[in-house]
Design a protein around this ligand. Structure first.
Ligand SMILES: Cc1cc2nc3c(=O)[nH]c(=O)nc-3n(C[C@H](O)[C@H](O)[C@H](O)COP(=O)(O)OP(=O)(O)OC[C@H]3O[C@@H](n4cnc5c(N)ncnc54)[C@H](O)[C@@H]3O)c2cc1C
Length: 954
């Protein structure tokens, strides 16, 4: 058997190594369609071996029922977890259909690693749930051991930045009670004697991480689900999805078809792994994922790899050595409790490899820059694997040998290379498809479908039973992608490639993708680019991030990191600017953003916000629909504009937006459709446009409101002018009186601007006097140019979203999906003023808010300022009187108050309501990368708390 180093040398000898720019020769993007051979995976048991191989030929393992409440398609990690959680929620009549046998797709050969810490609060919660299911719940319920091994996890930092990233995770972990320790190289060596620590800055050790077993997990899930009444039918491929159109013209799932009969059902969950695209096609639903080869190799036995440490729970000591994070000395009685344990799994992000303990050996895998795409994986593929392509895999060997040098002399026992699904942002695809009611996605798990399976299965089940998930699942919800992108092959492929290749990269706050750009550009795109705009990508749109004085930095076509024969970009201004901001300190462009912010506060700034979603809600029932959908009273006289939330039935905030009431008119124009009855113009944050669109449509369909929702996002631009000089600038352009009496705050009018008809809305995102101009696309450029000419003498500058982020947090305005989410109520978020609770008008979420108000708020959003000059970006732990009471959701620097600001929800550790007195009476500190910084709590924005500036009072 070849050793790892011989494999490496063999390849080096046969293929001269070329520059990274050219890669190792041309590689076709697409590989063969099916499995090339079968290999053995390193598990003691797979379900293939556990059952009769001839069963497949015998047809379905059970007769099909005629109807089902829910049909889950696919019996891998996700299908089994979802079925189990449906059964646990009491859903009767749920059926899982598996084409072959359980686990036969990707799940059977997984590496099964579970890490508890990720840079997202929701992901930490999802992972915690999976861990609880496999380490405790299933065993208690079924008496079966799932195969869970708690051997701990060790993250390797070869740079200060990497260690900073881990310290951020450690601070977040503190909020959730996840034990973790930053270890020095010496301490790491004591823990993992076979490790090379010469080049280390340090490590993060998480003792309760571990390893899942696919067969054991899925067998236990199946047992628990069927005991609760769910049905699992194997050897039964789904061949079609029948769709019906209801009386309201809405397409809904009607039945699932198989060669052995059909099952009538209103609800299908697509958990078909890499085959999810094909299942989606059966229903006319786009499933934006690609299948790629993903691999690890299993070594032969390694002397001394298995047992290497002793630990106690809580503060950790090992071999009498005190480690960082321990608050006191290692006492004798603690030493007496020391237990021998398995060596932890290792994630060496900088080398892009992981090392999983595999009995007395290691499994070595990772993420390459040139992964092999599979166009389609054959329907016949079951318990199959591909031949490992050593040209692709070799890059992991160097890293693995560097980290654990004994690998150089260790043989390879087997290779495991299978198909796995990857998505454009390396996050799963979940939730109801916008194209078809009753068709849910539970796929696209980006090599994390074991560890995320429990948390995601639970959320999917909740979603189906209650209409929305319990947690904020927006990052996984299919509605995070605009519908124009989910069927766009090039975009899916490019973005999925980049996300895969960057999977182990440090997650920096201001990073942007280089792949799949320029998909949606606004009317000012060329003009702003020429003026030095550095764009950000959101929802496929290019929106201005900030403006560089160094001239244009255009976003160029994707270079696939130089893989597949593409030429890697060497002198790429945009890439260079992004790279300069790879820091957890204040970024080098901090002062540029400062200038934009201070110009807005001192004179005026123009923001191109054309990426906003712009919808019209019109028709006979539009008023009824608006009353129900919006938490605020938006049915004020035409000409009014109202900031409001949209809620779900639990009182969580699905969106915040502005709604402008329109006067009815028979004449259609780009600025308003012709309509009878009532009409509203909705402006929503561009990154959440599809989410809003789908939410509103779903509510209209469910309540059968007779009205139209019209999407004009591409047809209209949005130019916002903000700042004390905005009135003077705009008065030169607009044929309208802009005085407070004639054009008060929160109103809108159709007016002429530089000869073009626009809708001017007096509003502010940044806490200043200002107007938004909503203009037909062709009018945007001439209006903008006239604006810049008129504004020159008033100090008008271009500014981008980085400035908006800073200005808006300084003013205390919320950002949806940051400090305001689907799991936060407006009462908790300090937005009670957006809720018409004093009226008797029913609205979606009202009952939940009333209950919450009666019971008292269990958590509350609080703003903090920090006097020390430290950068913060979110996820920092919030300490109150020496106890952790929450974490920061959103943080930024406020240039006018010259302080870091942070917002987060706090709880009372005693479990009681969080009163205003509780907030005011605490001593606070924010923990950033393991270091605490004193903070002041604010219940009102520290900047312009009396809201004078938006009213034009300076
Ligand atoms: C090499 C490798 C290492 C990995 N390591 C890890 C790890 O360490 N940790 C981790 O969390 N994840 C890891 N993963 C990823 C993880 O294994 C997957 O994300 C997970 O198994 C996917 O589960 P699934 O249920 O989505 O898909 P699958 O397991 O593929 O299940 C889909 C099922 O759908 C069935 N199906 C398809 N079409 C139909 C149809 N028409 N009708 C009926 N049934 C159908 C298939 O037969 C299959 O059984 C790894 C993956 C690979 C390849």
């Amino acid at each position: 058997m070849a050793s790892l180093s011989r494999a490496l040398r063999g390849i080096a000898a046969t293929r001269p190594r070329q520059s990274p720019a050219r890669g190792w020769g041309l590689r076709p993007l697409v590989s063969g369609p099916g499995p090339t051979s079968e290999k053995s995976v390193p598990y003691q048991r797979t379900l293939k071996e556990a059952e009769d191989a001839s069963a497949a030929a015998q047809g379905p393992s059970q007769p099909l029922p005629g109807t089902a409440s829910v049909v889950v398609i696919g019996g891998g990690s996700l299908g089994c977890q979802t079925l189990y959680h449906l059964a646990k929620l009491g859903v009767s009549g749920a059926v899982l259909l598996e084409r072959e046998r359980l686990t036969s797709g990707t799940t059977w050969h997984t590496a099964g690693l579970l890490w508890q810490l990720r840079p997202s609060d929701v992901e930490v919660e999802l992972l915690a749930h999976t861990r609880q299911v496999v380490s405790r719940e299933l065993e208690e319920e079924t008496g079966l051991h799932t195969g869970w091994i708690q051997n701990g996890g060790l993250f390797i930092a070869s740079s200060q930045q990497r260690l900073d990233e881990y310290k951020r995770l450690m601070s977040l972990g503190r909020v959730y009670g996840i034990e973790s320790h930053v270890l020095s190289p010496g301490e790491t060596k004591a823990l993992y004697p076979l490790m090379n620590v010469e080049d280390l800055y340090g490590t993060l050790y998480v003792p309760h991480d571990g390893t899942m077993d696919p067969a054991g997990t899925c067998t236990s899930l199946a047992r628990a689900a069927t005991t609760r009444g769910a049905q699992i039918i194997e050897n039964c491929p789904v061949t079609g999805i029948r769709v019906r159109t209801d009386d309201f013209g809405v397409r809904r799932v009607a039945a699932v078809e198989t060669e052995h009969g059909s099952i009538r059902t209103p609800c299908v969950i697509n958990c078909a792994g890499v085959w999810a695209r094909a299942v989606g096609r059966m229903a006319g639903v786009n499933v934006p994922l690609v299948a790629m080869h993903h691999a690890y190799v299993v070594t032969e036995r390694i002397e001394g790899i298995q047992v290497a440490m002793l630990s106690v729970s809580g503060p950790m000591c090992k071999m009498g050595l005190l480690v960082t994070g321990h608050s006191g000395r290692c006492e004798d009685e603690e030493v007496a409790q020391l237990q021998p344990e398995n060596m932890p799994n290792v994630r060496d992000h900088d080398a892009s490899v992981y090392l999983r303990l595999q009995g007395d050996a290691l499994s070595v895998g990772g993420y390459e820059t040139n992964p092999i795409f599979c166009e389609e994986v054959s329907d016949e593929f079951a318990f199959g694997l591909f031949d490992l392509d050593w040209d692709v895999f070799t890059q992991h060997i160097e890293g693995a040998i560097n980290r654990v040098p004994v690998l150089e002399k260790t043989g390879i026992k087997s290779t495991v290379c299978g198909p796995e699904s990857f998505t454009p942002d390396h996050k799963p695809l979940m939730g109801e498809a916008p194209e078809l009611r009753g068709f849910f996605l539970g796929c696209g798990f980006n090599s994390a479908g074991m560890m995320l399976g429990g948390g995601c299965g639970q959320q999917l089940a909740y979603w189906i039973v209650h209409g929305r998930p319990e947690k904020d699942m927006h990052s996984y919800d299919i509605r995070r992608f605009h519908r124009s992108l989910t069927g766009h092959g090039r975009w899916i492929r490019e973005r999925s490639h980049e996300a895969y290749a960057k999977n182990y990269s440090v997650v920096f706050p201001h990073d942007e993708p280089l792949a799949g750009r320029n998909m949606r550009t606004g009317p000012l795109h060329e003009e702003l680019r020429a003026r030095g705009c550095v764009f950000q990508e959101r929802h496929g749109w290019e929106r201005p991030g900030w403006f560089s004085a160094q001239g244009p930095a255009p976003v160029l076509p994707y270079d696939y990191c130089g893989a597949y024969g593409h030429r890697a970009r060497e002198d790429y201004a945009y890439g260079r600017l992004l790279g300069q901001e790879y820091t957890f300190s204040f970024p080098p462009h901090h002062d540029v953003i400062k200038k934009e912010c201070l110009a807005c506060r001192g004179a005026a700034a123009v923001f191109d916000m054309s990426y906003f979603g712009k919808f019209f809600l019109v028709g006979p029932d539009a008023r009824k629909a608006a009353d129900w959908l919006f938490s605020a009273d938006v049915s004020r006289p035409p000409g009014s504009t109202v900031y409001t939330c949209m809620l779900n039935h639990r009182g969580g905030t699905e969106s915040d937006l502005t709604v402008s009431r329109l006067a009815p008119g028979p004449q259609a124009s780009p600025l308003a459709p012709a309509f009878e009855g009532d009409g509203y113009y909705l402006a929503v944050g561009g990154a959440a446009a599809q989410h809003n669109w789908s939410h509103i449509r779903t509510v209209l369909q469910d309540r059968k409101f007779r009205c139209q929702l019209i999407d004009s996002s591409e047809d209209l631009g949005l130019i916002s002018v903000q700042g004390p000089a905005s009135r003077a600038v705009l008065q030169e352009l607009l044929e309208a009186d802009l005085s407070d009496d004639a054009f008060p705050f929160s109103t809108h009018k159709l007016v002429r601007a530089a000869g073009h008809l626009v809708r001017a809305v007096r509003l502010s995102f940044v806490g200043e006097l200002g107007w938004e101009l909503h203009a037909p696309r062709p009018s945007c450029l001439p209006v903008y140019q006239a604006l810049m000419t008129a504004g020159a003498k008033h100090g008008l500058v271009n500014a981008g979203y980085r400035a908006i982020d800073s200005l808006s947090i300084e003013k205390g305005y919320r950002h949806w999906h940051a400090d305001l989410r689907a799991d936060d109520s407006p009462l908790e978020a300090g937005l009670a003023f957006t809720c018409k609770l004093k009226s008797s008008v029913p609205f979606l979420g009202r009952e939940a808010l009333e209950k919450q108000r009666a019971e008292g708020l269990r958590r509350r959003l609080v703003g903090f300022t920090v006097d020390e000059k430290v950068s913060m970006f979110g996820l920092e732990a919030i300490w109150r009187n020496g106890q952790v009471v929450g974490h920061v959701r959103r943080a930024d620097f406020g240039f006018t108050i010259n302080k870091t600001l942070a917002y987060g929800y706090i709880r009372d550790p005693s479990g009681g309501p969080v009163s205003l007195d509780f907030v005011k009476s605490g001593d606070y500190a924010l923990e950033r990368m393991g270091v605490t910084h004193a903070a002041q709590a604010h219940l009102k924005s520290p900047f312009d708390p009396d809201n004078k500036r938006v009213k034009g009072v300076y």
